[in-house]
Design a protein around this ligand. Structure first.
Ligand code: THU
Length: 154
């Protein structure tokens, strides 16, 4: 796990993070205004994006990462090489990059298992892209659960 600024990332990683930033425009969080954008790159090289949705009933939240995976799934792609996410709070900059929530750690891990290219790279950025945590999903989720069925599908 390392921390880099945008300019120090590989060009493809910069492109992915910039796509996540653009996806924040689609965040829908009328109560909290905490906006997350995500972008994932499929094995094909294509980028799929998602933004978080938080409804006023607090149980109704959908993470940006999940939205991006669902978009990719609907486009027929299930193998991924990298994911980037970026956050903003109430229109203001968030200085510290955050990591994926617990549920997303499992989701990213399971999707990463469907690719022959692994481990899946994760980029978690603060708002101005001056601090990007570059890691693998295994860094966030050691000793993960993997069902036998998923193992068979590989
Ligand atoms: N959220 C994400 O979209 N991704 C994360 O990795 C952490 C949290 C969302 C969920 C919810 O819409 C909001 O951020 C936090 O209230």
């Amino acid at each position: 796990m390392t921390e880099k600024r945008l300019e120090a990332l590989e060009p493809e990683q910069q492109e992915l993070l910039n796509a996540a930033e653009k996806a924040m425009e689609r965040g829908w969080n009328p109560r909290s205004n905490f906006v997350v954008g995500a972008a994932i790159r499929g094995k094909s090289g294509k980028i799929y994006t998602g933004a978080n949705v938080t409804l006023s009933t607090t149980g109704m939240t959908a993470c940006a990462e999940v939205a991006a995976f669902l978009a990719a799934n609907m486009a027929g792609e299930r193998e991924f090489t990298a994911i980037a996410t970026i956050v903003r709070n109430d229109g203001m900059s968030v200085d510290a990059p955050s990591g994926p929530c617990g549920r997303c750690r499992q989701i990213i891990f399971e999707f990463s298992q469907m690719a022959s290219v692994e481990p899946m790279l994760t980029l978690y950025s603060n708002t101005d892209k001056s601090r990007v945590i570059v890691a693998t999903i295994e860094d966030y989720l050691p000793s993960p659960f993997l069902s036998g069925r998923l193992r068979e599908k590989r």
